[in-house]
Design a protein around this ligand. Structure first.
Ligand code: DGL
Length: 275
C-alpha cells in the first residue's frame, strides 16, 4: 500500500500523557496532520501486566491504522516497552516508532560517565526495555532504573511544583542523586514516562543542575521527522491539523490534556471512540 505525504500520522497513548509527545511532534512537523488516540478507559497502563498492555496497544494501533496513517507513533513509554514488538509485527506497511529507542540514544549521547538513571512507570522499569536499549548502545553503561508512579498522578492533578511535588521528587530521586560522591552519581536522567516532562523543573531541582535531563518526547519527535524525511513521507504543504480521540471521558481528557498540550482543548474537539 502506498502512503502519500498527505496521509496523517497516528499517535497513541494510554491517555493524555502522549500529548507531551504530540506537542513535540507538532513543533518538529508543523505541516503534518495528526490523529491522536488516548485510551482513557483503560488508563493507567503503567501498573498493568505486559500481556494486557500489549493487547491494549495492539487494539489502539489497529484502530489508528484504519485512518490510513503513514506512520504510527507509540507515544506511551509503557506500551513501547512491552508492546512495540507485537504492534510492529501486525502493522507492517508503515514505520512504527516507540519512545524508548530514541530516548536511550539521546541518553547515551548525553552521558559522559555512562551512569544513566531512568525514571518511569512500574511496567516500563520491570520490562527492562530502557536498560536493554542503553546497554546495547553503550556496553560500559550502568543503568539505575527507578519506578516513579506517583509522578503520573501529580502531573494529572496539576501538582507539578510546590511542596507536595518536591517531597515526592525527593522520595524518588534523593537515593539516586543525594549523599553520594559526585563521581558515583548518574550524570544523566531519562524522563521515561509521558507525564514526567510536566515535572521537569521540580525534578531538576532535586537531581541538580549538573545532571543532563533527557526528555524522550523531544528525542522521539526528532526521530520521527528524520524517519519521514528519509522515506520521502514528510508533508510538503498544508497547515497541519489535529484530530483527538479518547476511549472515555472526553471532558476530562480536554480539561487535563490542555495542560499537557499547552493549549486549551474544547470538550467537543475530543471524539469518543470504542476499541
Ligand atoms: N503513558 C504512560 C507511560 O508513558 C504513563 C501513564 C500510564 O501509566 O498509563 O508510561
Amino acid at each position: 500500500m502506498k502512503h502519500p505525504r498527505e496521509a496523517p500520522i497516528g499517535v497513541f497513548d494510554s491517555g493524555v500523557g502522549g500529548l507531551t509527545v504530540l506537542k513535540a511532534l507538532a513543533a518538529q512537523l508543523p505541516r503534518e496532520r495528526f490523529v491522536y488516540l488516548g485510551d482513557t478507559a483503560r488508563l493507567p497502563y503503567g501498573t498493568k501486566s505486559p500481556e494486557t498492555v500489549a493487547r491494549y496497544a495492539l487494539q489502539a494501533a489497529e484502530r489508528l491504522a484504519q485512518y490510513g496513517v503513514k506512520c504510527l507513533v507509540v507515544a506511551c513509554n509503557t506500551a513501547s516497552a512491552v508492546g512495540l514488538a507485537v504492534v510492529s509485527e501486525r502493522i507492517r506497511d508503515v514505520p512504527v516508532i516507540g519512545v524508548i529507542e530514541p530516548g536511550a540514544e539521546a541518553a547515551c549521547q548525553a552521558s559522559r560517565s555512562g551512569h544513566i538513571a531512568v525514571i518511569a512507570t512500574e511496567g516500563t522499569v520491570r520490562g527492562g526495555a530502557y536498560q536493554d536499549a542503553i546497554v546495547r548502545r553503550r556496553s560500559d553503561a550502568r543503568v539505575s532504573a527507578v519506578p516513579a508512579q506517583l509522578f503520573v498522578a501529580l502531573a494529572e492533578e496539576g501538582l507539578c511544583a510546590g511542596p507536595i511535588a518536591q517531597g515526592i521528587a525527593r522520595h524518588y530521586l534523593e537515593p539516586l542523586f543525594d549523599s553520594r560522591a559526585r563521581s558515583s552519581r548518574p550524570d544523566t536522567l531519562v524522563l521515561g514516562c509521558t507525564h514526567f516532562p510536566m515535572l521537569a523543573d521540580t525534578i531538576r531541582t532535586v537531581a541538580g543542575p549538573d545532571v543532563s535531563i533527557v526528555d524522550s518526547a523531544e528525542t522521539t519527535a526528532r526521530y520521527v521527522r528524520r524517519t519521514l524525511e528519509a522515506g520521502s513521507l514528510a508533508a510538503e504543504s498544508g497547515e497541519g491539523s489535529l484530530r483527538l480521540m479518547a476511549t472515555d471521558a472526553p471532558e476530562r481528557f480536554a480539561r487535563i490534556g490542555g495542560r499537557f498540550l499547552e493549549r486549551p482543548i474544547r470538550p467537543h474537539e475530543v471524539e469518543l471512540v470504542d476499541l
